[in-house]
Design a protein around this ligand. Structure first.
Ligand code: NAP
Length: 294
């Protein structure tokens, strides 16, 4: 049976690990807090007491954690996955990490004989749980071919952007554009409310107008209703992605990246206000009465 270590069982990783169980893989799981693994263990996953124990002797290692710091910890920290992985293991980093981190981690893992695949994803937690993610791949073509059996359970679409790091470049620009759109719709709706417009009519016009995108349509409804239930993507993660996009822009663009900086500033405030709640809460900051802003 094909063996796989899955590390990081948050909103996204939990569903992704379940996909491998459903596909018949022998799955070892590790998460910083064990409670999130209980139902996966009941479905047949083996609990590992560390990333290293999960990775020991396995064919592939998949990680889905919050950020660079978490990725570094689970791969390269004490009892990290890299310490126990055998040469030739597929190393699939699905977390959204910075471009520099993706390159550094790839160099470190390749130095140990692992096959590194840069594989951030788009899609919400429901897509993660149903195998309908889009994978944004940076890898050598031959490495990608070898990794395909480990990608298939997760994805309905696989986009190969180029060598390691290329998937992360696309992921960061994708989420930067999302951050700017969401911040824009929060400000636009707050202005419309303040001006006393009929918000039902505003939502109808937004959803059918030229500025409509799936992102704008989804968030405008939730923001107008102040419905932040079932958080899919937190303010802290959106801030992290925008900050990584600024670092990338500073590396690749001459001159100051203005929109990226504005997005970081907006989400720094949202993160300070409610880090673990839905990113759409940004509207509560921009629509606060004067003097009450975070
Ligand atoms: P989440 O629910 O907040 O889960 C974060 C995961 O990272 C948890 O397993 C958490 O462990 C772990 N973690 C955090 N800090 C850690 C550390 N220092 N050491 C070890 N583990 C650590 O986040 P998510 O929504 O699943 O997102 C996971 C990744 O996918 C992020 O990179 C995010 O940007 C990306 N992403 C998310 C979405 C989305 O819609 N949510 C979509 C596409 C991509 P604990 O459970 O112990 O806290």
């Amino acid at each position: 049976m094909t063996t796989l270590a899955f590390i990081g069982l948050g909103r996204m990783g939990h569903g992704m690990a379940g996909r491998y169980l459903d596909a018949g893989f022998d799955v070892a799981v590790w998460n910083r807090s064990k409670a999130k693994a209980e139902d996966l263990i009941a479905r047949g996953a083996r609990w590992a007491s560390s990333p290293a124990e999960a990775a020991n002797g396995t064919d592939a290692i998949v990680t889905m954690v919050a950020d660079d710091e978490a990725s570094r910890a689970v791969w390269l920290g004490k009892d990290g996955a890299a310490s126990a992985a055998k040469a030739g293991t597929i190393a699939l980093e699905c977390s959204t990490v910075s471009y520099n981190h993706a390159l550094d981690l790839a160099a470190e893992l390749r130095g140990r004989g692992l096959i590194y695949i840069d594989s951030p994803v788009t899609g919400l937690p429901d897509a993660a749980a149903s195998g309908k993610l889009t994978l944004l791949i940076g890898a050598e073509p031959a490495d990608l071919e070898q990794a395909r059996p480990f990608l298939a359970p997760l994805a309905s679409t696989i986009r190969h952007f180029g060598p390691v790091g290329a998937g992360t470049v696309y992921k960061l620009i994708n989420n930067l554009m999302g951050a700017i759109q969401i911040a824009g719709i929060a400000e636009g709706l707050a202005i419309a409310e303040q001006a006393g417009l009929d918000m039902k009519l505003v939502l109808e016009a937004v959803g059918t107008g030229v500025a409509a995108s799936p992102q704008v349509i989804r968030h405008s409804r939730r923001m107008a209703a102040r419905d932040f239930s079932g958080a899919n993507f937190t303010a802290a993660l959106r801030h992290k992605d925008a900050a990584y996009a600024v670092a990338l822009a500073e590396r690749l663009l001459s001159g100051a990246p203005l929109m990226a900086r504005a997005a970081v500033e907006a989400y720094a405030r949202a993160k300070a206000y409610a880090p673990d709640e839905d990113e759409a809460k940004l509207i509560e900051i921009v629509s606060r009465p004067k003097g009450g802003a975070a």
